[in-house]
Every structure is written in C-alpha cells, then in structure tokens.
Design a protein around this ligand. Structure first.
Ligand code: 5RP
Length: 218
C-alpha cells in the first residue's frame, strides 16, 4: 500500500537526523510520517523550521519546538516529499500548496533529503500539473501569460496558501528543460514561486518500494 511505502521512506530519513541541530520540515502525508517518527528523538536536536501551518501544528502537538527561519542560521537538513522526481533529482512539488515556504527552506538548508514512494519517480517531469503560487490580483494575467507559453493553467479554487495567495496548476507541460522553465515562470510578474525545484534540486532521494528503500544521489 502506498502509505506504507511513504512511511518506509520516512523511516529511511531518520538516520540523517543524527548530529543535526536544526531541521527543516516539509509538508504532506510522507512528511507527516517523518514528523511522527521524529517525536521520540526530539531531545537530540534544538528544533525545526516548518514549511506550513499544517506541519507546524503537527510538530507542536508532538512537543517539537518550531523555530523562525530568521532566528536561525543555515539548516542542517531539510526533509520533504515530492509529487514527481526525475533522475536528475529535480522535482515537482506543491501538491499540498506549500511550495513557497518549502522552496525557501530548501534554499536555506545544507542537505535536501526528499522522501517518497517509487510511484513519484518519472522519466520526464510534467504529468503532475505544475503548481504556481500567484499574487491574487495577478491570477488572470499570469494565467494568460502561461497559456501563451503552451501550458494550461487551472485555478485551484477555494484554496488560499499560508501566504494568502492563490495557486494555478499548470497542465499539459512536457518539461524538457526544468531549470529554464523554472526561470521563465519565476520571471512572470505576479508569480511568487513555481513548484519546479530544478535550480535547487534534492541532494538525496530516499525512494521506497516493496523491495526496500533505494538511495538516489547525483
Ligand atoms: O510538495 C508538497 C506539498 O506542498 C508535498 O511534498 C507533495 O505534495 C507530496 O505530498 P505527499 O507526501 O502527501 O505525497
């Protein structure tokens, strides 16, 4: 079952916590397993920087201190899930809508460890609609601009990010050059962040399958 594999991937990330002072924590069902597994180890590290209100709530409920990124230096590790992963360890993230804070924490961390079940590994990114966080007043303008680039933006209605913005999910993208597309989308006025993690890709991917957990690095 997929959820058992998510838990297996989360378990594989636990040894990386050793000797860490502050951890970055992502968002989603795979990371929820990691947070739960982290609870018994909470006295071994100072605390965590969280990428969403949902993860913050879960961390605090388990007694794990949540720290402000501005009050700490570089993070030792950042553990997060993904919606798609390619063999260059470039990712699509943001299925849960936390992409901006996730990208900030990934940028501020020494070691980005991505945990996932094997269904997330793809040969080419883009089957999963690419989430883009947008300032609300720019939604239509950004959607028109992305349509002109060949994507099909769909407004994630009734969803507001933790930053008070909206999400456009971009369908029909065959992402041949992830870094180039990330830069192009980031340059559209009104775009806050894209869910493409290519300029800052994962350093390690822990991929769980029925055969066990595989460690991917470049
Ligand atoms: O990017 C994310 C949230 O914004 C998640 O990491 C991604 O959606 C994967 O989620 P899950 O672990 O539930 O499959």
């Amino acid at each position: 079952m997929q959820d058992d594999l998510k838990k297996l991937a989360a378990q594989a990330a636990i040894p990386y916590v050793k000797n860490c002072r502050i951890l970055g924590i992502g968002t989603g069902s795979t990371v929820n397993h990691f947070i739960d597994l982290l609870a018994p180890l909470k006295h071994q590290f100072e605390g965590a920087v969280s990428s969403s209100e949902a993860s913050t709530e879960r961390l605090l409920a388990l007694g794990i201190p949540v720290l402000d990124l501005n009050a700490v230096g570089t993070l030792d590790i950042y553990v997060d899930g993904a919606d798609e992963i390619n063999t260059n360890l470039e990712l699509i993230k943001g299925g849960g809508g936390a992409l901006t804070r996730e990208k900030i924490i990934a940028a501020a961390s020494k070691h980005f460890i991505c945990i996932a079940d094997h269904s997330k590994l793809v040969s080419r990114l883009g089957k999963f609609p690419l989430p883009v966080e947008v300032i609300p007043m720019a939604r239509s303008y950004v959607a028109r601009t992305i349509s002109a680039l060949g994507g099909q933006p769909v407004w994630r209605e009734n969803f507001i990010t933790d930053n008070g913005n909206v999400i456009l999910d971009i369908h029909r993208l065959d992402i041949l050059e992830p870094m180039k597309l990330e830069n192009t989308l980031n340059n559209i006025t009104g775009v806050v962040t894209t869910g493409l993690f290519a300029n800052r890709s994962a350093d390690t991917v822990l991929l769980a399958s029925e055969q066990g957990t595989q460690t991917l690095t470049l």
